[in-house]
Design a protein around this ligand. Structure first.
Ligand code: PEP
Ligand code: MG
Length: 327
C-alpha cells in the first residue's frame, strides 16, 4: 500500500471523472513540515499555532513565533498555508497562563477567539509575528470558534491596525492577506450569509461542529460511537455550508478528522467539498479512494439520500455499497 501511495503522490489529484480536489494537510510544529513533501499535500490547510504555546514553558516571544511561521512558509515554498490563531482554553490549557479559571464546561468556555479578543495583546503579538514572517508572501489566517460575525470584524480591526503599524515602520508586508473563520459553532449556521461576505474563506472544524450539533463531548469514549457524522442531519448541514459558499463565492474547506477517513472523505466530496485538510498520513489512502471515484454518480446518490430522509436511511452503508460497486 505504501508503494501505491508513493506512486499516487505524483499523479494529479482528481476523481475518476476528472474533478480536481485539493488535499491539504494539518500541521502544528516544525517537525511536521517534512510531511508536506512526503505526503504530496497541496498545502497546509490547518496550522495549529497553539501547539507552539502548549510545548513551551512560557508564552513564546514574538521573535520565536515569527521564526516558526517563517520556517513554515519557507518549507511550504509557495504552497498555501492557513495559520489558525491560537486555539487555547477548553481542553488546551497553558499551565503558565494565569488568567484562566476553573470552568464547569471548558468546551463551552473561555477559549479560542473569545479568549484572544479579551486579551488582545496575545492576538496582536501573534498577528505581528505572522505579518512579519509573511513579508513578501501571501498570508492566510483563520479564527477558531467564531460564534458571531462581529468577532471576525473585531479581529480584522486588530489586523488592520497591525498592518498600519508595521507599514509605518517600513516593514515588508504580505503581498495578500486572507482572513477566514472556522465553522465550529452551530450559531454560525444561521449567519452564513453575513459570514460568507465578511471573510475570504471558511473552514469547517468538523470535530467541534459535530460535538456541538449533537451535544456530544468529543473526548468522551462512552458516547464517541453513539452518533454518526455520516448521517442525514450532519451531512445536510455540511451541504448547506458548501452551498452558501458557492452562492457568495467564498471558498469552503473542512479540516476536522472526518476528512482523513476515505469513507467520510467520500461523503464530503458527495456533498460538494472540493478541498479538505487532514493528517498527513491520511492523504495517501484518501487519494487512492478519490482517483477511483465517479463523483458525479456519487453526488446524485447523496442528493437522493439527503432528500428522502427516513429513520432507516443508513448513509454509511450506502457509501460502503457505492464504494464496493465502483471499485
Ligand atoms: C475541529 O474542531 O474540527 C478542528 C479542526 O479543530 P481542533 O480539532 O483543533 O479543535
Ligand atoms: Mg476545533
Amino acid at each position: 500500500r505504501q508503494k501505491l501511495y508513493q506512486e499516487l503522490r505524483d499523479r494529479p489529484t482528481e476523481t475518476r471523472d476528472g474533478v480536481p480536489v485539493d488535499l491539504m494537510m494539518n500541521a502544528g510544529l516544525a517537525v511536521d513540515l517534512p510531511q508536506l513533501a512526503q505526503s504530496g499535500a497541496a498545502g497546509i490547510g490547518l496550522f495549529r499555532t497553539e501547539l507552539q504555546f502548549m510545548v513551551a514553558a512560557a508564552f513564546p516571544r514574538v521573535e520565536a513565533q515569527e521564526r516558526l511561521y517563517r520556517e513554515v512558509l519557507e518549507a511550504a515554498d509557495g504552497k498555501p498555508v492557513t495559520f489558525r490563531t491560537i486555539d487555547i482554553g477548553g481542553d488546551k490549557v497553558l499551565p503558565y497562563f494565569k488568567g484562566a479559571q476553573h470552568e464547569e464546561n471548558p468546551a463551552l468556555g473561555w477559549r479560542a477567539i473569545r479568549l484572544t479578543l479579551d486579551r488582545p495583546g496575545l492576538l496582536r503579538t501573534q498577528i505581528r509575528a505572522l505579518l512579519k514572517a509573511a513579508g513578501g508572501r501571501e498570508l492566510r489566517m483563520m479564527l477558531p470558534m467564531v460564534t458571531e460575525v462581529s468577532e471576525v470584524r473585531q479581529a480584522r480591526d486588530i489586523i488592520d491596525r497591525e498592518v498600519r503599524h508595521l507599514s509605518r515602520f517600513g516593514y515588508l508586508l504580505p503581498t495578500r492577506l486572507k482572513l477566514g473563520a472556522m465553522i465550529e459553532v452551530p450559531a454560525l449556521l444561521w449567519q452564513l450569509e453575513e459570514l460568507m461576505q465578511a471573510v475570504d474563506f471558511v473552514s469547517v472544524g468538523s470535530n467541534d461542529l459535530f460535538q456541538f450539533v449533537t451535544a456530544t463531548d468529543r473526548g468522551n469514549t462512552r458516547i464517541a460511537e453513539r452518533f454518526d457524522p455520516l448521517s442525514v442531519p450532519f451531512l445536510r448541514i455540511l451541504r448547506q455550508i458548501v452551498r452558501a459558499g458557492d452562492q457568495y463565492g467564498t471558498p469552503v474547506t473542512l479540516c476536522g478528522e472526518l476528512a482523513g477517513r476515505p469513507i467520510s472523505a467520500m461523503a464530503l466530496l458527495g456533498v460538494g467539498f472540493r478541498s479538505i485538510s487532514m493528517a498527513p498520513a491520511a492523504i495517501g489512502p484518501v487519494k487512492a479512494m478519490l482517483c477511483e471515484l465517479p463523483l458525479s454518480d456519487l453526488s446524485v446518490v447523496m442528493e437522493e439520500a439527503l432528500a428522502n430522509h427516513s429513520a432507516s436511511t443508513d448513509i454509511r452503508a450506502l457509501l460502503r455499497d457505492f464504494a464496493n460497486k465502483h471499485s
